[in-house]
Write a protein that binds this ligand. Structure first.
Ligand code: CA
Length: 362
């Protein structure tokens, strides 16, 4: 089996109700998708942050077997292809390998420790609302009503906003639901520690990206100062970028994103490094149905750590914001039931792509 073509799609979903994290407003959601086509009729789909240049594809991908995923990865990387673009190709190669072997990707990774994954609702962004606190409380209650046992809200908007709204959300959902907060790198060390001390009074599951993702010393300092798990690294690319974060235990939870860090091939290396350093892995996910399916296969394959009677849950980041490319790109959409999501069972990623949507948002 040889790769004969790679098609690239750049799609944009226009957000109807814009939302903000601690850094920026989101008014549109751009995604980079590739379709890798082989000579025996199997094609695979991948999602990254960008698509590779045609020349890089011609030199490193065309003519190779999809089973040469490491060789293709290194070839693209050595010629300067962005890791976010390699991610797209790599995910598509694993989709092809799974289809060729008639196995879901989680089996290629070594098998599924679970076929259902607990999801946490990612939402609770800042929006233009008359009464932002009331809106957040209502949104948080709606997630609890849908059966979610865990959710994450955005912070990083200054101490006054953060402390008031996290406390209000915690009061609204009660003590039994896991609540994480995410500052998207909007604080400096001093502010992160000062705000984090107050936020930690609300029994938080974790405090995500309090500061800039490359400030290893800053993360170490914050982790020592706060009585809450610190998470981050969703934007890091390539396993070496994770090295110091993991070796120096700058994080309690590392959150690689399969479409940013370098696909399945690189994610596995990062997960192995995390395991060696006793750092928990909970993947980041904020993309289309392709990234969602890929993340589910990775979650299926992540062992409990430690393998306790009542283990720390393997948690899927379940994006609740509007995005037709997540909810409609797979012909059979990946949905949650009472906050639980089933790992796709079909070969490869286990989803069939609705091509009309690529035209509609292309
Ligand atoms: Ca995040």
């Amino acid at each position: 089996m040889k790769i004969v073509d790679v098609k690239t799609y750049s799609v944009v979903y226009p957000v109807q109700d814009p939302f903000s994290n601690g850094m920026r407003w989101t008014r549109q959601r751009p995604f980079a998708i590739v379709e890798v086509i082989t000579d025996n009729g199997i094609s695979g789909w991948g999602e990254g942050t960008t698509v590779p240049a045609r020349r890089a594809i011609d030199l490193n991908v065309i003519g190779r077997s999809p089973f040469e995923h490491e060789v293709i990865w290194e070839g693209l990387h050595s010629q300067g292809t962005d890791t976010g673009a390699i991610s797209a190709i790599d995910i598509a190669l694993w989709d092809i390998m799974g289809k060729a072997l008639d196995q879901p990707i989680c089996n290629l990774l070594g098998g599924a420790f679970r076929d259902r994954v607990q999801a946490y609702a990612t939402g609770l962004f800042r929006r233009e609302r008359k009464d932002p606190t009331a809106a957040l409380v209502e949104e948080a209650r709606s997630y609890a009503d849908q059966g979610f046992k865990a959710m994450k809200m955005k912070v990083g908007f200054g101490p006054e906003y953060d402390i008031r709204n996290v406390a209000a959300v915690r009061r609204a959902i009660g003590d039994d639901i896991l609540l994480a907060v995410d500052a998207n790198c909007a604080y400096d060390r001093g502010s992160a520690i000062a705000v984090g001390q107050k936020l930690a009074e609300n029994d938080l599951l974790w405090f995500e990206e309090p500061i800039s993702s490359d400030d290893v010393e800053g993360y170490i300092e914050i982790r020592r100062a706060l009585k809450v798990r610190i998470s981050g690294a969703e934007q890091l690319r390539g396993h070496r970028a994770f090295r110091r974060m993991l070796q120096e235990r700058a994080l309690d939870i590392v959150q690689p994103d399969v479409s940013i860090c370098g696909g399945f091939t690189e994610f596995r290396k990062i997960a192995a490094m995390a395991s060696a350093n006793h750092v928990r892995v909970i993947p980041h996910m904020f993309g289309t149905a392709i990234r969602l399916a890929a993340t589910l296969h990775l979650l299926a394959n992540l062992p409990d750590s430690p393998r306790a009677n009542v283990p720390f849950p393997a948690l899927l980041e379940y994006d609740m914001s509007e995005n037709a490319l997540r909810t409609e790109l797979a012909k059979e959409p990946i949905r949650h039931t009472e906050g639980i999501v089933t790992v796709p069972q079909g070969p490869g990623l286990g989803i069939e792509i609705n091509r009309d949507l690529l035209t509609k948002y292309g």
